[in-house]
Design a protein around this ligand. Sequence first.
Ligand SMILES: NC(=O)c1ccc[n+]([C@@H]2O[C@H](COP(=O)([O-])OP(=O)(O)OC[C@H]3O[C@@H](n4cnc5c(N)ncnc54)[C@H](O)[C@@H]3O)[C@@H](O)[C@H]2O)c1
Length: 324
Amino acid sequence: MSVNIGFLGCGGIANHHMRTIKTLEGADMVAWFDLDAERAKAAATEYGGTVFDSAEKLLSEGGVDCVYICTPPFAHGDLEMAAIAAKKPIFLEKPIGVDMKVVRSIEKAVNDAGLITSVGYHFRYFAATAKAEAALAGKTITTVMGFWMGGFPGVYWWRRMDMSGGQMCEQTTHIVDMARLFAGEVKAVCAAYALLCLKDVEDITVPDTGTMTLFFENGAVGTISNCCHLPMGGRVGIDVIACDTMASMDGNHLVLRTAEGVEDVSLDNNPTAVEDAAFIKAVGTGDASGIRSPYSDAARSLAVSIAANVSAEQHSIIQVSDVG
Ligand SMILES: NC(=O)c1ccc[n+]([C@@H]2O[C@H](COP(=O)([O-])OP(=O)(O)OC[C@H]3O[C@@H](n4cnc5c(N)ncnc54)[C@H](O)[C@@H]3O)[C@@H](O)[C@H]2O)c1
């Protein structure tokens, strides 16, 4: 059986998924909706299928088995609720929102409906991540050090704190998610942000640099630092340290330091293809074992970044459970 996919949001990352899905077996892209109708039309021209003028019509008339929700962080809520009402499994992009109240209400609805969900935390699907997980299995993690030292994304909504959640929520959420994957749940955070290099960008309300200290429930500690003012980019990755092992991951590049020596490998899997194939398989067969980030798990990653935002604003340590 081929899985029929509808897209809600046909912008940058949606096009990345479209190109990837096109290469996979067992999936057809059949229906498109974007507030910018030209984007939906462009997708239909490239891949076939029907353009709709609302999410509700796509869900009721589009013949879809599932949807990809690829909208900006602020544009979550109604689309998920419409998909849940139509009983359609959902793939959605990270971060899954900017408001924990909205996220928790979606989480409840999706879990009550028993729907398959998958969130685009593609770092979980790098082959290097799996290799590091194997090397660290059963070991006591003591420290994580994460980085997202990047440039300034051009999309308008990114510069607005109320629309993107800022760098700690937006791109750096991948690193927060990896920190949770390796070191477990985060109890509290303490963050500091500043806006120093990009003050003159029109309408900017996000900081351009930031750092947070993480206190994990199991006693481990960590830091995650970021910026969005480096046009040439910088380090995007994480070091995970156990009593006798250190794994440094930058995408699919892994440096593993153990008592036996240093192993430096670059692997070449395509994490988006693995992630998309896992979701499509889950929708087609009911076997969701390949999905590494269902909605509830992604909500826990978002809560850490939201807590960091509150901490930076209040200059205090924030318990993650206090942000909802
Ligand atoms: N996994 C990754 O590595 C990765 C990479 C890039 C972007 N993303 C995430 O994907 C999301 C979108 O980013 P993007 O770069 O594609 O943004 P974008 O601005 O290029 O595209 C978003 C699209 O959503 C549409 N849209 C907005 N509100 C809508 C609504 N209510 N209904 C239908 N369409 C709507 C917009 O018109 C636009 O075409 C963000 O959350 C971003 O963080 C993830």
